[in-house]
Write a protein that binds this ligand. Sequence first.
Ligand code: SF4
Ligand code: ZN
Length: 518
Amino acid sequence: MAITEGRLIMNGLRSAVSKGKRGRMGTVETSASTRKRSKQAVKEEDTTPPVPQSSFHTFSDPADVVQLRSQLLSWYDKEKRELPWRTLALAESDINIRTYAVWVSEIMLQQTQVATVKEYYKRWLKKWPTVQDLAAATIEEVNQMWSGLGYYSRGRRLHEGAQKVVLELKGRMPRTVDDLLKQLPGVGRYTAAAVGSIALGQVTGAVDGNVIRVLCRVRAIGADSTRPTVTEALWNLSNLLVDPERPGDFNQALMELGAQVCTPKGPLCIKCPVQSHCRSYHKEQNTAKLLDRKGSNLPDIEDCINSGACPLCPSEPWNNDLGVQNFPRKPAKKAPRVERTLTCVVTRTREEANEEFLLLQRPNKGLLAGLWEFPSLLLQEENSVEEQKKLLCNEISTTLRTCLSETLIRYVGEVVHIFSHIHQTYVVYSLCLKEQDTQTHTGKTQWLDRSALQEAAVSTGLKKVCFIRCLNVCEFLIMFSRPSFMFTILQILKLFDSADGLEDKNSKVSFYLVFQLD
Ligand code: SF4
Ligand code: ZN
């Protein structure tokens, strides 16, 4: 019964987690995903005869550009959010520290929401205020600091980059967009442009996911936004628009507009400072008027002269129900790989000591490289619970060089964790050991008590595994007449289920429960 309850809760968690949001990045990935496109697609594009680009998708009147810059920057000056990296970029006079601080923020913001990044960013800058401080840290400390932020290779690259700056560049951060791109690992076209414009005042546009959306809507660019022709058109457009006096602010303003007003769903066109320049807004308004005056044969608004052969026009007709959300268009996402992994929360309780958890370090390369996890095994085929216990028992016996009985292993439940390209289900077991069975023999294995586990470099997936084990502790409480406590937990979970940023909140709840309950 209790496992069923656990499953019900996890189903809620699962569906909500699958709604997890992507951050504002997408730009380094824009070029990466571009590179990943099939050779066939590239070939087709390369052999297509060039079509002169219609001025419909750009700005041909310099006065319009000047006006748009001024409207956008005035709006930004009034409406921008106070964010720690913005404050620091404005206040810091040391160019090395400023460039380092903006670089850290841009890497953290790749794939992660602003709200989540804020606290991590403050902690990071407090611990490593300069590139020299970061270079002197160990990778273990970096992983620990990054724990819970996801896409762990980003933290490793920052660390690698800091060491490179100190060892090869005499501690001097690169001073141009080109050098940022060439000299720092993990820095792509977007990040170099963003750091270059914000920290170094370089006059360059910067195209991230938010900017793609805004520009596609403003200039009615409806072709697949991951195609190289479209990517180049967007970079050209952003380079044309960027304000030469305030390039960093202009780029941030465009991103801010995408994050606050020109949002993926339900854009607030009514509040938009660049509405007068927005072709999709005008199209939406005109279409609505045309529909109101059926049969009156009103001419359509200005349109692309190359429509039909234009590489930037949408291939599908305008959908009235979508309005401005007809733009941008993206190709259908590839379905993630489905995996199931057996994992076992192995604990030991020594006299006069708290419960300790067995953790193994993952390999230094690949997914979640170098992070710590519970003993785990990727399932190659469907097995019965008994077979799964046997597999785990062999694995843990080998790790601890002992001979354990699978009867000690208990089934706990399942946890789903979505990576960008993997739909991972952890099939969770638990095992409580006596001390004589618990000697570890390599530096890749360790026992951590609860407070050390909270600080360790572990993934969000592991935190969820902790969480479901905790629900099992709740079963125990129900059995011992503490249903009201269980009810409270369910209420908390329900609350989090409907909230934004659920992943982190659930992780926190999970830790709270794991560490408060038994
Ligand atoms: Fe986006 Fe609407 Fe502004 Fe156009 S008018 S840029 S669609 S918010
Ligand atoms: Zn066109």
